[in-house]
Design a protein around this ligand. Sequence first.
Ligand code: GDP
Length: 297
Amino acid sequence: MFDNISTKFSSIMKNLSGKGKITEKNIRDAVEDIKMSLLDADVNLRVVRKFINSTLEEALGEKVLLSVDPGQQFTKIVYDKMVALLGDESGQELKLKGKDTTSVILMMGLQGSGKTTTAHKLALKLTKEGRKVMLVAADLVRPAAITQLQVLGEKVGVRVFTIPGEKNPVKVATEAVKTARHELYDTVIIDTSGRMHLDDTLMKEIQDIAKAVNPDETLFVADAMTGQNAVTIAKEFEEKVGISGVILSKFDSDTRGGAALSLKSVVGKPIKFIGTGEKSEDLEAFHPDRIASRILG
Ligand code: GDP
């Protein structure tokens, strides 16, 4: 991810820093090149506009043009804007209650986005942190979803709650939370049904589940490969259900990175984790500063 944009950005920066003195035109040209690179990476138009305008405004200030090393000053501005675009370090942590009570995490997203896989990765991570985790199979739409979660749960040694034959996901979710409290589980992760596209019935279903279990975290899993579509859908989930954080799956794929660069800005919620592979351990905290450094080369 980001290989293309990173190559372009480092060439833009190298070009500027090679000049001893830089002019307003040099800056305008560099910002124009940055704009084209962001558009090529499939970044949301509104996000590009905001990024470009604020970079230009700051870079054209006297501080840059008159500084000893204007190229470096400019790079610093672009880096700071990129970190801000990706989210600052605050809000990355999961907001769960202490271990003396039960916290609920609701997983949401489109079918195929990596929701079920991510649920089990998160279960493993939280188990390693000393929490007692229960996974809940409340995706009753995709026929194989329950078995898939059972297999994944077994792999990481986490109990998977199901109610065989039950057709109502709200019932499964509420019964799971009740059982978890009774059996002293401190964390419940509910896998909900994915959808192929935005669907009113399924949106109502997830709203009903959220209302019934009052989750501590509502995590939207977005497939990095779907680009702008992921951004549009995240916005819809934010409006209808409310998102507390985003997990960007398939970060290991060779995509242009537009979704990653747009999500925080458009949805206004932090990217908390990235999925970096298909294995149970392939879930990492999202660090805006590291990603920004990677992009700037
Ligand atoms: P769901 O329909 O949203 O529950 O999606 P799944 O969890 O079934 O994932 C769909 C496919 O994406 C599966 O083949 C997963 O192995 C794969 N997948 C999920 N997360 C990642 C990731 O971070 N990296 C890669 N390479 N593949 C992933």
